[in-house]
Structures are given as C-alpha cells and as structure tokens.
Design a binder for this molecule. Structure first.
Ligand SMILES: [Zn+2]
Length: 228
C-alpha cells in the first residue's frame, strides 16, 4: 500500500511550536508581510534573520509528540511506500524518527545561498552574515519558502499523489495552496482520503473520512489500525 501523508502546523502546535495559524494571525508577534516575503528580506534582512534565528534556537526547547513518533513507526513498516510531505519548517518529524520527509516549505535547520543556490545544513545563526560553506559568498538566507515563492518538491509530491492508495492530511487548515489541493489531486487519481485534524478544516468535505481531535491521539490510533 502506498501512502502519502501531508502534515501542517497543527501537528507542530501540539509540541508547542507557534505558527501563523494562531488565533491572532501573527507569528510570534510578527505579520507575515514583515518576515515571510522576499520583499521583507530585501528591505530589512537583519529583522528577518533575527526572526528565523530565534525560531531555529526555539527548536531546542520543543520535542516531537506521539503523532510524530507514530509516523516514524509507520515508515518502519512501509519504507519507500510512505512519503511524509510537511508544510512545517521545524525538524520534529526527523527527531521523531522519520527519514523520508519532504519539507515543501523549506527547513529552519538549512541555509540557502543567494550566490550559488546551494543548501547547507545550518544550526547556528545567519544574522551575523557568515559566508556560504560551499562558495564563500556572504549571501545566505533562511532556507524557507516565503509567500510568492515556489514550494520544494512539487514534481515528486504530485507523482506520489498520483500513485497513492491512501492520502492522509494531518493538522492542516486546508486554506493554503498548493497543499490544500492535494486531496482532490489524490482522490482524482484513485486514492482513498482521510483527514485527521483538531477541528474540521476548510476542505473537510473533500475527504472520504474525517476524524477530529488532537493529532497526538488520532495519529497513533490510526497507525495502529493500519498496522493491525
Ligand atoms: Zn554559496
């Protein structure tokens, strides 16, 4: 059985990671226009660097929850037949034990060079303008996909959705495209579709089945069912 899992802010929120989807629409007190667009980075690179440097440091204070761990357990059984696509930029899936994770919106623990386009694993700060470890140019930016930029891995994601037997959406609002369109793409290609979310998402009616509650409860239960 081929399975594609899409995860979003909800699964990280249960580990205490703040997101744009909080009730006030801000991300740690910032508007997205000020920290998550190429224009913001061009206008105020130091502000944007400080923001992501703080988010990267904050990862040290959070832990994966039972939903992340359950997906790693599923990967142990399915291997390459499971693809986890995440909209999250934290590293909680990896720390929960998953190895086959596609970060469509980039990763906090990665730096992108505006000189050579190389991506380098990054655990420190970028706000002190270190040189690129690949080409030496001082031009590293957070390796996150900002509003108006193209997500990573779309070809691979669409190929996996096109051959999936099951598509499961976990902790996503169903409001942000292209991810919000994955359910219809998978269903058209013949996959069964399941939503696991705290509350009904905007697209909940598009799924064959929807279960609502905390991911830390729903995901381990679902994985348990699947593995019999
Ligand atoms: Zn470079």
């Amino acid at each position: 059985m081929k399975v594609v899992v899409l995860t979003g802010a909800g699964i990280s929120a249960e580990s205490g990671v703040p997101t744009f989807r909080d009730a006030d629409g801000l991300w740690e007190g910032h508007r997205f226009e000020d920290v998550a667009t190429p224009e913001a980075f061009e206008a105020q690179p130091s502000v944007v660097h400080r923001f992501y440097d703080a988010r990267r440091t904050a990862l040290l204070a959070v832990e994966p929850n039972p939903a992340h761990v359950a997906l790693a357990r599923l990967e142990e059984h399915l291997g390459d037949d499971l693809l986890v696509v995440t909209q999250n930029i934290d590293d909680l899936h990896e720390r929960g034990g998953s190895t086959r994770v596609l970060h469509m919106h980039g990763e906090l623990r990665s730096a992108l060079c505006t000189g050579c386009s190389g991506r380098s694993e990054w655990t420190g700060d970028l706000g002190d303008y270190p040189p690129c470890p690949r080409c030496g140019v001082v031009g590293l930016r957070p390796d996150v996909v900002w509003f108006g930029e193209v997500p990573y891995g779309m070809d691979r994601i669409l190929a996996a959705l096109g051959t999936a037997d099951l598509f499961v959406s976990i902790g996503t609002s169903g409001a942000v495209y292209p991810a919000a369109g994955f359910v219809q793409y998978a269903a058209t290609a013949g996959a069964r579709t399941l939503e696991l979310n705290l509350v009904p998402s905007e697209g909940t009616h598009l799924f064959d089945e929807a279960r609502h509650g905390p991911a830390a409860t729903l995901v381990p239960a679902w994985v348990g069912e699947l593995l019999g």
